[in-house]
Design a protein around this ligand. Sequence first.
Ligand code: NAP
Length: 315
Amino acid sequence: MTNEEIYNSIIIGSGPAGLTAAIYAARAELKPLIIAGNKPGGQLMDTTEVENFPGFPQGIMGPDLMQNMTRQAERFGGKIVQENVAAADFSQSPFSVKTDRAEYLAKSIIIATGAEAMWLNLPGEQRLRGKGVSACATCDGFFFKGKKVAVIGGGDSAMEEANFLTKFAERVTIVHRRNEFRASKIMLKRAQENPKINFAANVSVVDVVGENNVEGLKIKNNDSGEESVLDVQGVFLAIGHKPATEVFKNAGIETDEKGYIKIINHTHTNKEGVFVAGDVADARYRQAISAAGAGCMAALDAEKYLAEAESGSSN
Ligand code: NAP
C-alpha cells in the first residue's frame, strides 16, 4: 500500500539519534514520520541503568529513557510506526521508503538505524545479557567495582574497554582468539603495561558460566584443547559492531568498508536530502548522548534543506 501523503521528513530508527531528530523535526512543525522498527528504542532497550545521560542525577533505566524520548517526540506531533524498512529508493524526490507493510514518501530522510554490538551467540552469554554480560564498558563498567571481569576481543575497543574497566574492576582479563592482536600498538602497549590487566590469548570462549549472575568464563586453549574457567563476575564483549545499513547501500548511500554510512558534510550523506545521525555513521563514540546530539544536528540540517528547497535556493 502506498500512502498518498508526502512527508516533509521520514526518520528511520528510534534510538536516541532518531528520537532526538524526531523531537526537533516535530517542534519545527515538520510533522515527521518515524519508522521505529519492530523492536523500537535501539540498544538502550538492552541496558539496565544509564548513569551518564545528562539530566538524570540518579540515573535512569535504558527502556524508561527511550519511553520518555518517544513520548516527547509524540507530544509535538511526530507519528511513529513500528515497522521495519525493507527497501528504499533515493534516486528522485519524493524519496520512497518501503516497510514490511507499506510504502511511504518524503522530501527528506534522516537515517538513524544504529549499530548492533556483535555477540558470540553462546547460550550463557545470551541468558546473562544485562546480568553481568555486556557489550558496553562505558555503560556498565561502574557496576563492577572491586570485581574481576573479562573482555573478549583483540582490537582497539577491547584494549580501550579493558583500560577503562580497570578504574572499577580489581582485575581485567583480555580474552582473545589469536596470539596476534589487531589493536594499534599504542593501545595494546597501554593495556600490557596496566598492572590490573592480564591476557588469555589463543583461546576460544566456550560459554559464560552461571544461571542468574556471571560466575565464570569457560575458555579452551586453541592448541591443547584444554578447558578452564576464568574466575570473573563480568564479561564484556568487544568483538565489533555491525551498522544497520544494508537496505541503504542498495539505495546508493555510500558506506565505508565496515558498512558505516559516510558523512559528507556534518550530517549530509552522498544523496542530497538524505541525512544521517548516530551509531550508523559512528564507529568511534557510540554513546547515547553523542547519538542524540547528532540527531539534533540532522533534524536542523533537514529543516534547512527543506526551507531552501521550498524557497528555490540551492543547498
Ligand atoms: P575490530 O577492530 O574489528 O576488532 C574486533 C576484535 O574482535 C578482533 O580482535 C577480532 O579477532 C575479535 N573477534 C571478532 N569476531 C570474533 C569472534 N566471533 N570470536 C572471537 N573474537 C572475535 O573492532 P573494534 O575493536 O570494535 O574496533 C572497530 C574500529 O574502531 C577499529 O577501526 C578501531 O581501530 C576503532 N576504534 C578506535 C579506538 C580509538 O582509537 N580510541 C577505540 C575503539 C575502536 P581477530 O583479530 O582474530 O579477527
